[in-house]
Design a protein around this ligand. Structure first.
Ligand SMILES: Nc1ncnc2c1ncn2[C@@H]1O[C@H](COP(=O)(O)O)[C@@H](OP(=O)(O)O)[C@H]1O
Ligand SMILES: [Mg+2]
Length: 254
């Protein structure tokens, strides 16, 4: 399959989901809580449905794993060498707190590596996408599409960190970086900030799930960046527990 030919279709699916999400965002939506106490709204469910049905039409033979989908046993998943990995809304807290910094995320994983990713920020009216070997792009709120790339190293490192999950370990890591400036961003937009050269490093020394990172990771890779575990190994996907280890996402210098 030529992924460059399906990328516009994946973007279209993400745009469709984003439009629905934004419509719900503008209403007086209700917030429910899942078993793990994380918030969920009608927007997560609607986005999940649109993306799953769009991807099924696009590629019957590629399995789909979504944060809001049914659990798929490891006995089945361990045979997947390629799968779609979806977070219908990343940053649900940002959604419910109405900061605008939430995203719709679609990634294609091949042999543990995120090779294609689309991230949209419905309320900001921005979209990012990347494909291995073909670079990364951003569509801004005016509709203009531009190629993006990570920044070259500057004096002060621009560190991007979670507003909702900035723990002691991450603070200690940041303090060791020396001269730096803190850039805050919600959800998977943290990777996108690095991909477009507006930040240099995102240390995540706290829990995330694979669907939180897959799509934006693909964008960052295609923009010339990387995401590594604390052992310096590339962050990989398709793990049994679907939990990411601590990682550091970065641009050109780290
Ligand atoms: N204890 C935990 N275990 C797994 N993932 C966690 C977690 N605490 C936070 N996260 C993940 O971090 C994401 C939010 O990160 P951030 O604060 O950087 O925006 C959440 O995504 P969702 O909003 O999709 O649930 C959630 O999946
Ligand atoms: Mg998420």
């Amino acid at each position: 399959m030529h992924y460059s030919s399906i990328l516009p279709d994946v973007l279209k699916i993400a745009d469709e989901a984003s439009e629905k999400v934004l419509n719900i965002y503008m209403t007086d939506f209700k917030v429910n809580y899942k078993a793990d106490e994380s918030p969920i709204t009608a927007a997560d469910v609607a986005s999940h449905r649109i993306i799953v049905s769009g991807l099924r039409n696009l590629s019957h033979d590629i399995p789909i794993l979504s944060e809001e989908g049914v659990e798929i046993p490891w006995s089945e998943r361990k045979h997947w060498h390629r799968f779609w990995l979806i977070d219908p809304i990343d940053g649900t807290k940002d959604f419910t707190q109405r900061t605008g910094e939430f995203t719709v995320n679609i990634a294609l994983i091949e042999n543990g590596e995120p090779i294609l990713g689309v991230v949209t920020a419905p309320a900001l009216k921005e979209a990012y996408w990347g494909l291995k070997g073909e670079g990364a792009h951003k569509r801004d709120r005016t509709g203009r599409v531009q190629r993006i790339r990570v920044a070259s190293p500057g004096q002060a490192k621009r560190v991007v960190a979670s507003k909702n999950h900035l723990n002691e370990e991450t603070r200690a890591f940041i303090d060791k970086l020396g001269e730096h400036e803190l850039v805050q961003a919600g959800s998977s937009l943290k990777f996108c900030k690095i991909a477009e050269g507006h930040a240099d490093i995102y240390p995540r020394l706290g829990p995330t799930c694979e669907w939180d990172t897959g799509a934006a990771h693909a964008v960052l890779l295609a923009a010339g960046g990387k995401v590594e575990t604390l052992d310096g190994e590339p962050l990989r996907y398709g793990k049994e527990d679907l939990l990411n280890p601590h990682f550091v996402a970065s641009g050109d210098w780290y």
